[in-house]
Design a protein. Sequence first.
Length: 395
Amino acid sequence: MKAVLKYDESGVLVLQQLRVHSGPIPVATPEGMAQLNALLQSDRNSVVFAFPSEHATLLTHPVAKAERKVLSQSLPYSVEDRLAEDIDELHFAHRWIDDDEVAVAVVRKTLMNEWLQEPAINPVAHWVPDTLLLPASPDQWVVVVESGRCLVRISERQAFVCQPDLVNVFLSASLESGAPTSIVVYCQSDAELPDLDPSVKALIQVRKGAWLDAVMMNSDVPTLLNLRQGSYVSVLPWAKWWRHWRWVAATLLVAVLVQGALSYAQWQQAQDVNLEIRRDIEARYREVYPQGAIVDPEKQLERQLRSLRGDAQSAGFMSLLEQAGAVLRSVPGTQVLNLNYTDRNGQLGLTLIASDFAALETLRTQLSNAGLKVELENSNAQGDQVRARMRVGGP
């Protein structure tokens, strides 16, 4: 919070910046409006509209657990019996004090609508009773004496405004619930001090100053009970922002459209190149294989080439068959009845007939001498010959 928008004692709307030796400036002047606009443009939350607390009824309300989710709708009916006016004519705003209690401000809707019509007030996002901007301390009360009224801040939960001749009554009544360490009174001179009881006067510390001086003594930024809630919530100035940034947005839009058009043209060109490559591949495939359907020419050509040159399986089988066949031919009377190849262990399975057991042993020995692994699974006599089953593997 850097500045406060408020009505002065003569009813003029002024802008008061929160800094030493800064005087109020009427916002109706060019200088005042220029400063207000500069503050709002830099930070919409830097300005607070502090309206007279006489226009608001300040309450505290305990909130049951079941009421939390529907508090905004139920709050008017929950405090209706504490108000003299019809709740349909009133606007309700609240702020959480702790987990089960809220502070409530009630203002007439007609007054809220009048403030909305003010060009200087409407853009301000925070509307707060002026008493709630005073410092709140559990052991120190703050009183500001102005012409015709006194603003009093007793605690986080209690603040009020009254006529000077009634402040003694209210302070004395408040002391019954607990006395502070001190009561700080801001006024222009001792002559402005109202008559006070001795019990109250003993706690008084007089400081020369006004409402602004008391606000500036607040070391912590207060959590504001903002009236701009519900249907009165502050609307972001989209139209104003659009007028300010429309050329940047238009330039960005044009850049995006140009980039999109270039990307599409590049994609279309890549599609045409890809289509031409596919046609060329299919043409080359047809030169080699004029017949048959084309599904995936690259894979089809790869399979055809692999079948022509032989893969690892066929190469192993042929090498093993060549080695074993040379040995089989060298042993007279040997006849191969059945042959199979197992790729998992790279072995030939042979079912053969030898002239006798000696020839079978000679065959096994020569296969071993050729560097092959030989496993004789079984053998038995079949007439004058011997039938055997053996497995032959590579070295």
